[in-house]
Ligand binder design. Structure first.
Ligand SMILES: Cc1ncc(COP(=O)(O)O)c(C=O)c1O
Length: 414
């Protein structure tokens, strides 16, 4: 049994929560506690309204929607870049909403990776998301290089975390580019993107980050840090809906580069409809657009980014750390007794928006919690991730999930 003190404290924390009012803007699953916003964020009423508006504009304006919708569909990507820019610490023209996450990585690699014989290696780690690794290997292969020789992979440890010192030690020799995660998807470790960028640059290495798990949960300052490029998805912490269109950042120092994968929506806007067969690319991240924007998959972002604008990413981060800390503090009172081990770093500046536990019966815990109305997720073979989310979860829910977990483990042990 957990101490009743934890529940009282949770209620007190909820009563003082400056972001509490945002919870009612979301559709919460009935009879369930949703701790899976790091996989698929919930639908907000704002996003629902934005999608309905896009459908009504399609119905009423048909093709005229490209120029007469509010905002015009031709300009929707630009509108979203303005809203996203504060979340990544960039100018709007360095941010693009288009394509999918993996396609954006392909686009960035084809634009920025130009192997010189003596610096053709890419540095990454063994804990990067599989699709990111596949994209890296395919680019090396497209350049006629053998990934076994040109992909330098830092090994993670038993906690699915990476020593930054190990990454830095490998920033040498033939490495011309580094690609790392902002927040590692299994352990939730947050890398020090500022420090890694500074050291990469001292050593003449371009550096980019997969920010799928940090965007919308952790503030970024890409311009101030000097990051070269980044990409991310919008369906996790940003709540943009299943398969929402992805995002990327291109530092303006690379604006002169021609897009690696050219397409007509990457054209200079004033020349796109000249329909010339010569590609004259837009200067900036929007030059990396490829084809016609997926308006219906972008529409939810109009609503969800409105919520981020109102809530403020610094406030979101503060509450996210508070929720994660609280959940962890309660869980740590019984974890070791039941073979549950937290692999997420404990320092605030080393973790993102979820807490991961390792347990030999992780899959069974996931199922049993699911039956008890608690939605979390599972990464085989033995990890369960809990993501109490600042915009729609409460401290009381942290207590309730920890309590359900304790009850379950205790009943299994008896
Ligand atoms: C960390 C990370 N990187 C990349 C991807 C790939 O994203 P997509 O399937 O949208 O291309 C994902 C998907 O979940 C992810 O979690």
């Amino acid at each position: 049994m957990l101490s009743p003190h934890f529940l009282e404290k949770a209620k007190a924390l909820d009563a003082q929560d400056p972001l509490a009012r945002f919870r009612e803007r979301f559709y919460l699953p009935s009879n369930a506690i949703y701790f899976d916003g790091n996989s698929l964020g919930l639908l907000s009423k704002d996003s629902e309204t934005a999608v309905q508006k896009a459908l009504a504009e399609w119905r009423d304006l048909a093709v005229l929607g490209w120029t007469q919708a509010q905002p015009a569909w031709m300009r929707l990507a630009e509108t979203l870049s303005h809203k996203l820019a504060p979340l990544v610490g960039a100018e709007p023209d360095e941010v693009l909403v288009a394509n999918s996450t993996t396609v954006n990585l392909h686009q960035l690699l084809s634009t920025l990776y130009s192997p010189r014989a003596e610096r053709n290696q890419i540095l990454t780690d063994s804990l990067i998301f599989p699709s990111t690794a596949y994209a890296l290997k395919s680019h090396l292969a497209l350049h006629g290089l053998d990934p076994a020789e040109t992909l330098v992979v830092i090994e993670g440890d038993e906690n699915h975390t990476i020593e930054e010192g190990d990454i830095i030690a490998q920033m040498r020799g033939g490495v011309g580019m580094a690609l790392l995660s902002g927040v590692l998807y299994k352990s939730g470790q947050l890398l020090d993107m500022e420090r890694l960028t500074a050291i990469a640059h001292e050593r003449g290495i371009l550096i980019g980050f997969d920010c799928a798990h940090s965007i919308g949960s952790v503030p970024h300052q890409f311009d101030a840090w000097g990051v070269d490029f980044a990409f991310w998805c919008h369906y996790k912490h940003i709540n943009g809906g299943p398969g929402a269109v992805g995002g990327l950042y291109l530092n303006r120092k690379h604006f002169q580069r021609a897009p690696g994968l050219a397409g007509w929506f990457g054209s200079r806007p004033d020349r796109q409809f000249e329909m010339s067969l010569e590609f004259d690319h837009a200067v900036g991240a929007s030059g990396l657009q490829i084809g016609t924007p997926a308006i219906l998959s972008m529409a939810p972002l109009v609503g969800s980014l409105q919520i981020f604008e109102e809530a403020g990413i610094e406030n979101i981060r503060r509450k996210s750390l508070g929720l994660n800390n609280y959940f962890r503090k309660i869980t740590e009172t019984f974890a070791a007794a039941f073979g549950l081990r937290c692999i997420t770093p404990s320092e605030d500046n080393r973790r993102g928006g979820h807490v991961t536990y390792e347990h030999s019966r992780a899959a069974q815990i996931l199922e049993a919690l699911g039956r008890a109305g608690i939605v979390i997720d599972f990464r085989p073979p033995n990890l369960i991730r809990f993501a109490p989310t600042a915009l729609y979860n409460t401290f009381e829910e942290c207590y309730r999930v920890a309590n359900a977990l304790e009850t379950l483990l205790r009943s299994e042990a008896n």
